[in-house]
Design a protein around this ligand. Structure first.
Ligand code: ADP
Ligand code: MG
Length: 329
């Protein structure tokens, strides 16, 4: 029986290890933040991908797995407003893994590192019953530009840099739960998500952008992290949650899938909170720069947790995000 949740574990770790860190941000944000020199802080993130937990070997190619394992870490760098520099790759590999699988993985890993301009500086290797991939990415961010989960302010608007649910629909297609008219679109969004690195860098330059996080656990869980750390309440309106045209069409015919998909994670877009007075200017400039809109999805007020509204009434989605140990669902 599950007796603890992933969120409780991280809270426990944070209470133990985040004391007396002075100018360092430790456990609890997308990256740790350590002062580097006068201008920059060093930011570091690490993620585990475990076969049969995070991926099924027969459902994702070695090439896509390599890309994805880097992309999920780059997304955490993006969430701080930083840029990536170095990467460490640790691998647990079954003894009978074919050399061609490993080569395909490493070739894609090399290409993806080149794409992001990051250098592989080390790692570790062990035999293991299943494939286990641990990646650590280090980067930098200008000290005044870093965006933390803990700085949302009452009155802020809540925005995203992209649409929700495409990745969750893709996952459903992978598991033969859904059939759609745009399978390849959704599968691509799930297998090879694009971290919003340029968007994060761009948003970091605005002091009116107060807090930021990437969506890995789901919109409610991840905005919940901002709210918990900033000691505020997030209010979202269901009707404002942004969807692609493909997802809208899918939900028209699959209404029962909506709640699951909207609260599911792995979109790897950014959620941020911004001072009300600056939203118009930032939205217009964002559009000029990226030829895509920002989406205003709610606001921050006094209180705690995340409140979802539909037609002014509180709406309670059955599932609020992904928890590895399942105790909080
Ligand atoms: P993200 O989804 O942004 O990758 P996680 O939910 O994985 O973030 O982790 C949240 C925070 O908890 C991060 O600051 C991370 O470094 C920290 N964390 C998670 N697991 C551990 C662990 N086993 N030991 C120490 N810190 C951890
Ligand atoms: Mg994150």
């Amino acid at each position: 029986m599950n007796t603890f949740s992933e969120f409780d574990l991280i809270k426990n770790l944070s209470e133990r290890f985040s004391k007396n860190l002075d100018n360092i941000v430790g456990i609890g944000d997308d990256c740790s933040v350590v002062p580097f020199d006068e201008k920059y802080s060093q930011i570091t993130t690490t993620d585990l991908l475990v076969e049969d937990v995070h991926f099924l070997k027969n459902k994702i190619s070695a090439k896509d797995l390599a890309y994805r394992s880097i992309a999920v870490n780059i997304s955490d760098i993006a969430a701080m407003g930083g840029h990536p520099e170095h990467i460490y790759l640790s691998l647990g590999l079954p003894k009978n893994l074919s050399p061609s699988y490993l080569n395909e993985f490493l070739e894609a890993f090399e290409n993806t590192c080149k794409h992001y301009g990051v250098k592989v500086l080390g790692g570790d290797t062990s035999s293991c019953e299943k494939i286990v991939i641990n990646i650590l990415v280090q980067g930098k961010v200008e000290k005044e530009a870093v965006k933390l989960r803990s700085k949302a302010k009452e009155g802020d608007f809540v925005c995203t840099t992209g649409v929700l649910a495409d990745s969750a629909i893709g996952l459903g297609i992978l598991f033969e739960k859904y059939v759609t008219k745009h399978d390849s679109y959704f599968l691509e969004k799930h297998k090879t998500p694009r971290p919003h690195l340029e968007e994060g860098r761009w948003l970091s330059k605005w002091s009116e952008v107060h807090s930021m996080i990437d969506i890995s656990d789901g919109i409610f869980a991840d905005l919940g992290h901002i709210c918990e750390q900033s000691k505020v309440q997030g209010v979202l309106d269901l009707k404002d949650l942004p969807l692609s045209i493909e997802a809208k069409n899918f939900f028209k015919e699959n209404k029962e899938a909506f709640t699951d998909c909207i609260s599911s994670g792995e979109d790897f877009i950014l959620i941020f909170t911004v001072a009300r007075h600056a939203l118009e200017k930032i939205s217009a400039d964002f559009y000029k720069n990226f030829q895509r809109p920002l989406y205003k999805i709610g606001h921050i007020e006094k209180g705690s947790g995340v409140k979802l509204l539909l037609d002014g009434e509180i709406y309670d989605p059955a599932q609020k995000g992904f928890d590895h140990f399942g105790a909080s669902q």
